[in-house]
Design a binder for this molecule. Sequence first.
Ligand SMILES: Cc1cc2nc3c(=O)[nH]c(=O)nc-3n(C[C@H](O)[C@H](O)[C@H](O)COP(=O)(O)OP(=O)(O)OC[C@H]3O[C@@H](n4cnc5c(N)ncnc54)[C@H](O)[C@@H]3O)c2cc1C
Length: 315
Amino acid sequence: MKVTEHIKNGNGKTQFSFEILPPLKGENIHSIFENIDPLMEFQPPYINVTYHREEYVFKELKNGLIEKKIVRKRPGTVGICAAIQNKYVVDAVPHILCGGFTKEETENFLIDLQFLGIDNVMGDAVKSETYFTPEKNGHKYACDLVSQINDLNKGTYLDDELQHTFPTDFCVGVAGYPEKHMEAPSSESDIHFLKKKIKNGAEYIVTQMFFDNEKYFKFVEKCRADGITVPIIPGLKPIAVKSHLNLIPHRFKVDLPDALVMEVVKAKDNKAVRQIGIDWCVKQSKELVKAGVPFLHYYSMGKSSNIKEIASQIF
Ligand SMILES: Cc1cc2nc3c(=O)[nH]c(=O)nc-3n(C[C@H](O)[C@H](O)[C@H](O)COP(=O)(O)OP(=O)(O)OC[C@H]3O[C@@H](n4cnc5c(N)ncnc54)[C@H](O)[C@@H]3O)c2cc1C
């Protein structure tokens, strides 16, 4: 079932969803199930699975030279989605990227998903890198990727000589940034291009994590003023360890409110930090539920115990 149908079926009640990462290459899929199992009592209608393209790593050799290697640390998005749908009988939402995919590979990826009975995809540009180079014959922006999925939904495949083509029926979600995307020159231009993703066929938005609900509320207000009418699902992540104070702003380009920072700085150990993160996220969640958001989408990052504690106070 499509995410938009799940929203409709919620009849205005806020529902629970979360996102997982494929395990590191070589690890067992059971580590994923161990993290999903405790969250199933909150009845998520769908689970997102992120996509991780190859990365460059630099390895120092014995002779002192540096070797540049390409590695894919977390393959397996499609397989995990199929396993989730099989094991839990809930929808899986695989993320799909512009980066690392030609248009042909994108099409083949989508065909696999369709054969597996996966109805939803989340279209992203690429994992942040200093200079993003699209594949030759790949997409540069998520809006172009969304267009390709939309074409496939109309039965238009890349090879126009194909006969008896079957239209897919994917429901496409896209990313939105309450604190603007790191490369966007202004929040207005970011929202302008977000609108393009919707115009090209995306049916809902999931936001980047934020720690101050005002940022989400203002973002929704701006989107609505600009004519974006689709559901905007807030994405939340609890702070879990002290190092998140630096890592999260660095990696995701989001601000942490002073009050939260001060509490974490004063915490005596990471056990205390974890509790502060849970309490903060519960406060955010309660306010967002009151505001009538369709879903609360938690970034679990593969660790479910704090998400469980939060969800048990909300759902
Ligand atoms: C909910 C969510 C899920 C994510 N999942 C993953 C994942 O699974 N794997 C992963 O590697 N990363 C993931 N990311 C990170 C994401 O891929 C990066 O943040 C990426 O840099 C941007 O993706 P986007 O879809 O917003 O790109 P885009 O919409 O292409 O935007 C990128 C930048 O280009 C600008 N822009 C957009 N269109 C145009 C245009 N036509 N002309 C000029 N400028 C334009 C935008 O304003 C923005 O600054 C996720 C992020 C979020 C919020």
